[in-house]
Design a protein around this ligand. Structure first.
Ligand code: 2IT
Length: 445
């Protein structure tokens, strides 16, 4: 029998400097420990010990030259967490906050998320403590080239297939894929999130945000409600919020906020025109990491150094980074009447915030379910690459929609309580866990 406190204490002692990894493991273990303790096969296989340990981790140095001719050094990682279901699959993050513990948390979450998509993908994550802010395109290119010169030793189209994440979009994927091809001279889909002219899938850029809103749509419908006419607070201004803002607008909701490290903007008219969506892309491409210019351009309000969780909104969708919504934010949202929270970022809400939502009867969708659309379309990109063809936008979008509906249904089934409330976090953890655990047992040790 596993005891949660004892298991967590041991883990904490082994990894004292990895708070985000501990947080993610605690959140999942809390949900699945009863399932494990009731199943002799899981107990005999020591499944909790094994599923919380990455298969392997690569740590490497990236040396590159900045525009002043000086040599710079960064630290980079690839965490190959679990490949029971298929090749390691997960993004690469370029952000100054990147640490081993952070990427272990992301690889761990990715394993369950990928399981939920129902596509044959294991879980991995990588990245570097490189800060793209203020870097020129040439500097980014040189960094990506050096990064891939080392990473290519550890990845392959049937072993480990990275993609983008924070700080890594189609531009960076292009520079990395180019270097991979120079070294390997092959056209395999070793990365996803590629450009549409060189092996990418249509609808991959939109997929994470679209998927999160499809999940929201299902969640509201299951609660006898609907997206039409709802007000939405979003954080972030990058790829995920861009997709979410477009799909939410299409489905009749109004998105009123975006945010960056500098603060948030409130657009009372809604972020709902082609011009505004296009401007989000430009803001991101500028590499300045600020959202304030949106306010001046479109006559919106700007609140310096504040988070968007203080506005009146029916729905909140954190789209930026881990732990971006804490207990105080949660209480403010609850006070303002927010009824639904959909995590589009990975572990965007702190455990205290999630508890506050549950106690207030606010429906909460965890990132591993709600943001799985991104990696799901990455999986579809791999399929298209393997078949040497490309599907239309509509074909991919329909498949994405079906996958999100299935994920929602699985979370609902595993997370529905006797009193009728749906604990989506618990549902997602259990549904994601079972497949990985069963596969690990089938494969022996
Ligand atoms: O967090 C994520 O799911 C991603 N960054 C996407 C991973 C992928 O392989 O597409």
């Amino acid at each position: 029998m596993y005891k949660l406190d004892q298991f967590m204490n041991d883990l904490q002692q082994r990894h004292p400097a990895q708070p985000e990894f501990i947080q993610a493991v605690h959140e999942v273990s809390e949900s699945i420990i009863d399932v494990i303790n009731r199943n002799p096969r899981y107990l005999h296989a020591r499944i909790l010990d094994r599923i919380t340990e990455p298969d392997r981790v690569f740590i490497f140095k990236v040396e590159w030259e900045n525009d002043d001719g000086q040599v710079e050094v960064n630290r980079a990682y690839r965490v190959q967490f679990n490949n029971a279901l298929g090749p390691y699959k997960g993004g690469i993050r370029f952000h100054p906050s990147v640490t081993l513990g952070g990427l272990k948390f992301l690889g761990f979450e990715q394993t369950f998320k990928n399981s939920l998509t129902s596509l044959p993908m294991g879980g991995g994550k990588g990245g570097a403590d490189f800060n793209p802010k203020g870097k020129s395109e040439n500097e980014i290119q040189r960094f990506c080239r050096s990064f891939m010169t080392e990473l290519q030793k550890y990845i392959g189209p049937h072993t480990d297939v990275p993609a983008g994440d924070i700080g890594v979009g189609a531009r960076e994927i292009g520079f990395m894929y180019g270097q991979y091809k120079r070294l390997h001279d092959e056209n395999t889909g070793v990365l996803t999130g590629k450009g549409r002219n060189w092996g990418g899938s249509l609808a991959r850029p939109e997929a994470t945000g679209y998927g999160a809103v499809y999940f929201a749509d299902e969640m509201l419908k299951a609660a006898g409600d609907g997206l039409e006419g709802k007000t939405i607070a979003l954080s972030g201004f990058g790829n995920v919020s861009w997709g979410a803002a477009m799909k939410a607008t299409q489905l009749g909701a109004k998105v009123v906020t975006l945010s960056g490290p500098d603060g948030y903007i409130y657009d009372k008219d809604g972020i709902n025109t082609e011009e505004k969506f296009q401007y989000m892309v430009e803001l991101r491409a500028s590499n300045n990491d600020v959202v304030e210019p949106y306010a001046a351009k479109f006559g919106a309000e700007f609140f310096a150094k504040k988070r968007p969780w203080e506005v009146n909104a029916d729905i909140a969708i954190p789209c930026a980074i881990q732990n971006e919504l804490d207990e105080n934010d949660a209480k403010q949202l609850i006070k303002n009447g927010t009824k639904y929270v959909i995590e589009a970022s990975n572990m965007g809400c702190t455990p205290e915030a999630i508890t506050a939502f549950r106690e207030a009867g606010v429906l909460f969708a965890p990132g591993k379910a709600a943001n799985a659309g991104g990696v799901a379309v990455s999986g579809l990109e791999m399929t298209q690459n393997a078949m040497m063809l490309s599907w239309t936008f509509e074909e991919v979008e329909e498949k994405l929609h079906n996958i999100m509906q299935r994920i929602h249904a699985n979370c609902l089934q595993e997370g529905k309580q006797q009193d009728g409330f749906v604990n989506y976090a618990r549902g997602a953890n259990i549904a994601g866990f079972k497949k990985v655990a069963d596969a690990m047992i089938d494969l022996g040790y």
